[in-house]
Every structure is written in structure tokens, then in C-alpha cells.
Design a protein around this ligand. Structure first.
Ligand code: NDP
Length: 471
């Protein structure tokens, strides 16, 4: 077992001020695979001071040079891609195949793309007689979750540093090991000391110290709505900018002319990917009532064919959930679904399996109605809720009947019709038919799914202040 007692502050590995360590557990085996330092408010002070001291120099560094550093980090991640995939798989249960296909390529893309996008970006423009200048905020605090652990760090650190800010990252206590490797890569890339810092530890201690720190200019948070609300409250004390990427309960509307044999397998995948631990997962499938039986039949067959098991087995499609806590939370939602009268089409596991590991069998519910908990609350597990509707207007109303607004999907034989419906969904990104994800498109939520956008030019602008100069 590996023990890691240091934070990465001011370009060096420095011992944590306290001596306590947090275990990192492999959710597939329940084995403790590492112990990592628990940071304190004092560690955050040190990291923020280093980031503050580095800011002026980094902000003044030519864009082309900042882009070169980001490219070097992308290259370093690429060289250690296999190791990173294994580490992410072991700390959060992602199948190796998915870690190689998504968990590692996504952050590589963010570092590489932020280098390109910042090089193309116009930091100055004329506007009705004024000169508009975009400038970095200063020190960014990045608080990140465990579901796509390195991707979530990269969206904040890569675009934040590209814009000229310096960064203090607090990775999830469940998944700190990938962040250690990222810091090693940053160190090897030779970034100036203090531009990128990592403080390990818990949300209530390190996360809250970052959110309330007077010398942090912007806090960028991804995670639960509960923690995001707390971060906002603390950040308000110093009126710092807040970006929040929170949960979702995203609808996927099958219109009555959709090709069900294409749409339903894709819809099952869009709900179950990463064991359902994806904020933009399309977890509610809205189906014309006349097509309900047919959709249920396809969804059942597709779901039962998903290979669930050992993440190190190359044929595995879904591994365990990220932790026993997450497993208990998801099994609780499945119990609630059953208790409140939803019909189990397949799955329906309500207790942990005796064999161990944080596994949950993929579950499909039907006859889910808007008053049920599994319609309203984010489950963050492999659970799809099928909700019947009678008219297109009703489908849109059910789709929008949520406090969230992160994502959505529409399936139709007519792309034009699907796009019309897409415009009526109150959410930040909508997939029409089998459109893939565009990693340069803005990503973020309406309503309680968050504030701000990540990725691409919009993600870069999130980390830039606007100044107007007259005369
Ligand atoms: P959290 O929101 O608790 O964790 C996300 C990050 O926030 C972690 O780094 C966490 O620290 C930190 N954090 C927690 N509390 C605070 C706080 N008071 N102040 C500052 N930072 C804090 O998510 P959970 O792990 O508890 O997951 C619970 C649910 O959240 C999931 O079931 C899912 O519904 C949702 N979620 C959504 C995600 C998304 O991508 N939008 C990602 C992850 C979860 P620590 O390391 O101590 O956990």
C-alpha cells in the first residue's frame, strides 16, 4: 500500500501540516490501496500564498508560452496514459476499457484544446468606442469530485491556467491518486512554481477553506448541489466569483417517429455510462404511451446484455460504483422506487451482493410519474426511469418538470422536429438523435444544475474578467 504525506505547493512536494491520513479504497475489492495526506486550512493558506505570488508573472507570460506549457502537460498525460487509466480504475471502479476510452483522453483533450483555444482567443476588442480587455481573475480554487476525477480537474486547471490564472486544486478525497500523477506531470513540464498547486483533504476542511479564503478570487466547484450551495454561501463572504457544475435529472424524449431500435439502446447507454455516475446522464426516458411495451422490451434486453463486473477485465462495460457510500445511496433510491410504485423492468437490486464490492445491477423502472422520488432526485447510479406521455406538449412539460437543467436528449425521425423540441428543453446541452458529445461546446447547467460554463472558448471566458477602457 502506498502512503503519500505531501501536498504539491509552490512547485514542490511539501509535508502536510497535520499527520492524519485518509484511506483510498478500491470499490471493486474493498481493499485499501493507499493513504493520502489530509490537508488543513494552514495548508490552503500556504498554497493560496504560492498561487498569489505566482500570479503576476504567469498572467504576464505570453499566451504562446502558456500554451506551450499546457501542450507539455497534455504530452505528459499521454505518455502516462496507461498508468493513469489503471490508477483511476482502481480508485473509483471505472472499467479499464472506459478509463482508457474516456477518463484519460478527456483531460488530455482539455489541456491540448485549451492551448489551441487560448492561442486563437482575442483578449482585446473594440466595442462602441471603448477598448474591451479580458484579464485573468487571479487565484482560482478548484474543488472537484470523483466521477470523472481527472477530467473535472483538467476542465478547471487547463482553462484556468490558459487564461492566465494560478490554481489551487482540492481533488475528491475518494480519488486523489490521479491528481498526484497530474502534479508530477506539471512538475516535469517545468511550470513556474506556484502556478499549479494541489492540497489533498476533505470538503468540510480543505474545500471550505478554499471557498472562504479572502485571497481566492474565483471558486470553481463540481459536485453535489448540497456542497455547491455551501461553497456559494462561503464564497459570498468575500464576494468571489463562483462557478458551479452540479447535478442533473436529465430527460431523453423519444418522439413518436423515433427509430426505437437505434434510440433505445443508445438511451440505455446514455443513462448507464460510468455506472450512471455522470452529471449529464440522461436518466429519464420519456416514451409515447403507445410505444411503452416495445421500448421496455428493448431496454430490458439491452440492459441485461451489459457486462457488469471486474473493472480490470477488458470485456467489462460497467464496474462497481465509486464507493460503498455511493452503493448504499443508489440501493436506497431503488428501494424508494419500488416502495413508491414504480415497476421494475429489469434489475431492482436493493441489497449489496454477498460477493463484496460496491456493485449495483443496472436497473430499469417503468411507469415512473412526476411525484416519485426517482423522477425528482439525482440517483447517480445505473438506474433508468421510463416515463410515459400522451402528447408532445406533455413530454416537454415532464422533461422540464425538474429543479435541474443540465442536459437532455431528443429522438425523432425528423432532425428538424427534434431540434424544435430541443429548443423547448430548459437545459444547457441537448443531444439530437445519435449526436456525439462536442468537447469544445459549452458545458453547464440551467436552474439548480449550476452557474457558468466549462470547456472550449466559453470555458476559457469563465476564467476571465472584463475591463472596458475609455479614451
Ligand atoms: P460532493 O459534492 O460532496 O463532492 C464533490 C467535491 O466537493 C469533493 O471534493 C468534496 O470533498 C467537496 N465538498 C464536499 N463538501 C464540501 C463543502 N462543505 N465545502 C467545500 N467542498 C466540499 O459529492 P459526494 O461525493 O457526496 O456525492 C454525492 C452526490 O453528489 C452524488 O450522488 C451525485 O448525486 C452528486 N455528484 C455530482 C457530481 C457532478 O459531476 N455534478 C459529481 C459527484 C457527485 P470530499 O473529498 O471530502 O468528498
Amino acid at each position: 500500500m502506498r502512503t503519500h504525506k505531501d501536498h504539491y505547493i509552490n512547485g514542490q512536494w511539501v509535508p502536510a501540516t497535520g499527520s492524519s491520513l485518509l484511506p483510498v479504497t478500491n470499490p471493486a475489492t474493498d481493499e485499501i490501496i493507499a493513504e493520502v495526506a489530509v490537508g488543513s486550512a494552514d495548508d490552503v493558506d500556504r498554497a493560496v500564498a504560492a498561487a498569489r505570488a505566482a500570479f503576476d508573472g504567469w498572467a504576464a507570460t505570453p499566451v504562446s508560452e502558456r500554451a506551450r506549457y499546457l501542450g507539455a502537460i497534455a504530452q505528459g498525460l499521454t505518455e502516462r496514459a496507461d498508468e493513469l487509466a489503471k490508477v483511476i480504475s482502481s480508485e473509483m471502479g471505472s472499467p479499464l476499457s472506459f478509463a482508457r476510452a474516456a477518463q484519460v483522453p478527456l483531460p488530455i483533450n482539455s489541456f491540448a484544446q485549451s492551448a489551441t483555444i487560448v492561442t486563437e482567443f482575442d483578449f482585446e476588442q473594440s466595442y462602441r468606442g471603448s477598448t474591451i480587455v479580458r484579464e485573468p481573475y487571479g487565484v482560482i480554487g478548484a474543488i472537484t469530485p470523483w466521477n470523472y476525477p481527472l477530467h473535472q480537474i483538467a476542465l478547471k486547471a487547463a482553462y484556468g491556467m490558459a487564461a492566465g490564472n494560478t490554481v489551487v486544486v482540492k481533488p475528491s478525497e475518494n480519488t486523489p491518486l490521479n491528481a498526484i500523477i497530474l502534479a508530477e506531470i506539471v512538475e516535469a513540464a517545468g511550470l513556474p512554481a506556484g502556478v499549479f498547486n494541489v492540497v489533498f483533504g476533505t470538503g468540510p476542511e480543505v474545500g471550505e477553506a478554499i471557498a472562504s479564503h479572502p485571497d481566492v478570487d474565483l471558486v470553481s466547484f463540481t459536485g453535489s448541489t448540497r456542497a455547491g450551495r455551501r461553497v456559494s454561501e462561503l464564497a459570498s463572504g468575500t464576494v468571489k466569483r463562483v462557478s458551479l457544475e452540479l447535478g442533473g435529472k436529465s430527460p431523453n424524449i423519444l418522439l413518436d417517429d423515433a427509430d426505437l431500435n437505434a434510440a433505445v439502446p443508445a438511451a440505455v447507454q446514455a443513462a448507464m455510462i460510468n455506472s450512471g455516475q455522470t452529471c449529464s446522464a440522461l436518466t429519464r426516458l420519456l416514451v409515447p404511451r403507445a410505444k411503452l411495451a416495445e421500448v421496455e422490451g428493448i431496454a430490458k434486453a439491452v440492459t441485461e446484455s451489459i457486462a457488469v463486473g471486474d473493472p480490470t477485465d477488458e470485456t467489462t462495460v460497467l464496474g462497481p460504483l465509486s464507493s460503498r457510500t455511493q452503493q448504499e445511496r443508489v440501493l436506497g433510491y431503488i428501494r424508494k422506487g419500488i416502495d413508491e410504485g414504480a415497476r421494475v423492468v429489469t434489475g431492482g437490486q436493493t441489497e449489496p451482493a454477498e460477493a463484496g464490492g460496491a456493485y449495483v445491477q443496472p436497473t430499469v423502472f417503468s411507469d415512473v410519474t412526476p411525484e416519485m422520488t426517482i423522477h425528482r432526485e439525482e440517483i447517480f447510479g445505473p438506474v433508468l426511469a421510463i416515463e410515459p406521455y400522451d402528447t408532445e406538449e406533455e413530454a416537454v412539460a415532464i422533461a422540464n418538470d425538474t429543479i435541474y437543467g443540465l442536459a437532455g436528449g431528443v429522438w425523432s425521425g425528423s432532425t428538424e422536429r427534434a431540434q424544435q423540441v430541443a429548443r423547448k428543453i430548459r437545459a444547457g446541452q441537448i443531444a439530437v438523435n445519435d449526436a456525439g458529445m462536442n468537447l469544445d461546446a459549452p458545458f453547464g447547467g440551467y436552474k439548480q444544475s449550476g452557474i457558468g460554463r466549462e470547456a472550449g472558448q466559453f470555458g476559457l471566458e469563465e476564467f476571465l474578467e472584463v475591463k472596458s477602457i475609455q479614451g
